[in-house]
Structure formats: C-alpha cells, structure tokens
Design a protein around this ligand. Structure first.
Ligand SMILES: NC(=O)c1ccc[n+]([C@@H]2O[C@H](COP(=O)([O-])OP(=O)(O)OC[C@H]3O[C@@H](n4cnc5c(N)ncnc54)[C@H](OP(=O)(O)O)[C@@H]3O)[C@@H](O)[C@H]2O)c1
Length: 293
C-alpha cells in the first residue's frame, strides 16, 4: 500500500490525516509544533522529527501549511523535503498559495527530480474528516493517475485542471466567494438586527429563497449566537485575500471588491479577531459599525 505523509497537521492537515488512518493507510506526520500531532499519533500515525524524515519514508507527501513561505521552508529549508528525496517521492501541496509561487516551487522541486502536484481543496476539517473534500488538482497527469485512489479517498469530487498553478487560480476564485459571502451575510444580519428584526427571521426568509447558501443554512445560526469556533481562521482568510489581490495584480487585473474586502479583513485581524472563525467578521463589523456612530 502507498505510504502517505503529511507535513502540517493544523486544523485541515489533522482532519485529512485522521480520515486516511481510518481508511487504512500507513501515515507519517510532522508538524512544527509537535503537540498538534498527538491525536494523530493516538490513532496510529507515525510522528517524525522533520519534513526530511517524512519524505524519506513516504511515497506521497501532502504539505498542508499556512502559506507559500511555509511551503518553501518545509521543502527547501534545513531538514526539508528535498533532503529526504527518493525515486518514488511525489508531493501534493494542499496549502492555499499564489499560483505563480506554486509554479516556482514545482519548478524548484523538479530540479531535484521531484514531482509536485497542486492539490488545493474546498471544505474544512468537518468535511475532511469524512473524506468529502472537493479537490482541485494540477500538474503532472501521470503522478495524478498514480495516486488517484488516495485523492478519491480524501475527496468526493476531484477535478484535474491541467498545468501546475491552475488549481490554485481556481482555489483563489473559490475563496473570494467565501470572503464575500461572509461579508454579505454579516451585513444582512447587522441590518436586520439594527432595524429591530430577529436575525433568525432574516435567516429563515433568506433560506427560503434562491439566494440561500451552505453558509446561510449552517454557520449563520452560530453567527447570530456570537459563536465563532474556528474551522478556518479569519487570519487565514485574510492571508488568502492578500494572495487573491497579489495574484490579480500579477495577472494584470483590478478586482475592486476584493481589494475592499482585503482592507476589512486586515482591520479585523489588526483588532484581534484573527483567531476566530472567518465568520467572526460579523463580530468585527458590528463593533466597527458601533464605533462609527
Ligand atoms: N481550514 C480550512 O477550512 C481550510 C480549507 C482549505 C484550505 N485551507 C488551507 O490549508 C492550509 C492550512 O490551513 P489550516 O486551517 O489547517 O490552518 P492552521 O490550523 O492555522 O495550520 C497551519 C499549519 O501551518 C503550519 N505552519 C505555518 N507556518 C509554518 C512554517 N513557517 N513552517 C512550518 N509549518 C508552518 C502550522 O504549524 P504550527 O502548528 O507549528 O503553527 C500548522 O501546521 C492553509 O493554507 C489554509 O488556507 C484550509
């Protein structure tokens, strides 16, 4: 059976790992903060001391870390992946990063004879734990075909999109939806509340219409109770908006609404809302609205 590795066992990496273990895979893991591997270890994962060791003992290694700099560090830094290279090693990067940065990283890996696939996903830990992610893949098709069974274990929908970088371009377009939906929902709730309408009434009407979303049908009910336990942090969504705007510029595009959204999420992070779930943008917007009065 294919030996799988995960480098980065934060919220998403841990959930993907638990599902792989439950599906019967042999799994090796590394995380910079070791305590975040404890639960995986209890479920049978082998905890190793460096990305190099994970690469050395795995055929397919998922990298699931914060941003492009973190991917570079675990790949090419001291005791990084390339130091553990071997003939059957393939990397699948699930971190959300800039498509151009991803192409550069794939190129750098190729100098070491290592194939890197881009494998960004939609769906958070609660979805990953049941193997129901939506997976976008780009890069070498033969490498994709070789490990298709594993990709289909972690996702219930898999889209192969061609050359390196493409999957990340689509992923950024997806996260732009998340950022905007959370803003629209938050301002809708704030307006209804401000007008003296119970936000539950607002939600039940919204969810009776064509304009309902997964967010309005699920997380919104936590939002109106001021509950923001993170499955995807506001700080990581702000990081993605930075990347969306950076990539747009590189593609010669001006995305005015994404630029504005980036400013809003940045202020929320600066004011200490970064470790809430991204839907905690409601909390920030309510505070900001009050300050403006
Ligand atoms: N959560 C979601 O719903 C979701 C969905 C799709 C995509 N993503 C993407 O998946 C990635 C991980 O997200 P997450 O939600 O799991 O975030 P998270 O819980 O904040 O975990 C971030 C991970 O990155 C590691 N990391 C950060 N900087 C690093 C560095 N310089 N060197 C080595 N490791 C580093 C962290 O290690 P430490 O523990 O040592 O800090 C941790 O393992 C992000 O790119 C995110 O945008 C998340």
């Amino acid at each position: 059976m294919t030996r799988v590795g995960i480098i980065g066992t934060g919220m998403l990496g841990k959930a993907v790992g638990l599902h792989l273990l439950e599906s019967g895979y042999q799994l090796s893991v590394f995380n910079r903060t070791k305590s975040k591997t404890d639960e995986l270890s209890q479920h049978g994962a082998i905890v190793l001391e460096s990305p190099k060791e994970v690469a050395h003992t795995s055929d397919l290694v998922f990298t699931i870390v914060k941003d492009a700099n973190a991917v570079k560090e675990i790949s090419f830094g001291k005791n990084g992946i390339v130091e553990g290279k071997h003939d059957s090693l393939i990397i699948a990067d699930m971190s959300t990063i800039n498509p151009n940065a991803s192409r550069d990283i794939a190129k750098q890996f190729s100098h070491y004879g290592i194939t890197m696939l881009d494998t960004p996903v939609m769906g958070g830990p609660n979805v990953a734990i049941n193997g129901k992610l939506v997976l976008m893949i780009s890069g070498d098709k033969t490498a994709f075909e070789k490990h298709k069974k594993i990709f289909e274990t972690i996702a219930n929908k898999t889209f192969f999109l061609g050359k390196n970088g493409t999957a990340h371009s689509v992923k950024l377009s997806m996260n732009l939806q998340i950022a905007m939906l959370a803003l629209a929902l938050s301002e809708g709730i704030s307006l209804a509340r401000g007008a003296g309408v119970d936000p539950k009434v607002f939600l039940s009407i919204l969810n009776s219409t064509y304009f309902k979303t997964g967010m309005s049908e699920n997380k919104a009910y936590k939002m109106i109770n001021d509950e923001f336990p993170p499955t995807f942090t506001l700080s990581n969504l702000k990081k993605d908006l930075d990347t969306i705007n950076e990539a747009a510029k590189e593609f010669g595009l001006n995305l005015p609404i994404s630029t504005k959204a980036n400013e809003i999420y940045k202020k929320a992070v600066d004011e200490g809302f970064g470790e809430l779930d991204y839907t905690g943008i409601l909390s920030y917007l309510q505070k900001a609205a009050k300050l403006a009065n």
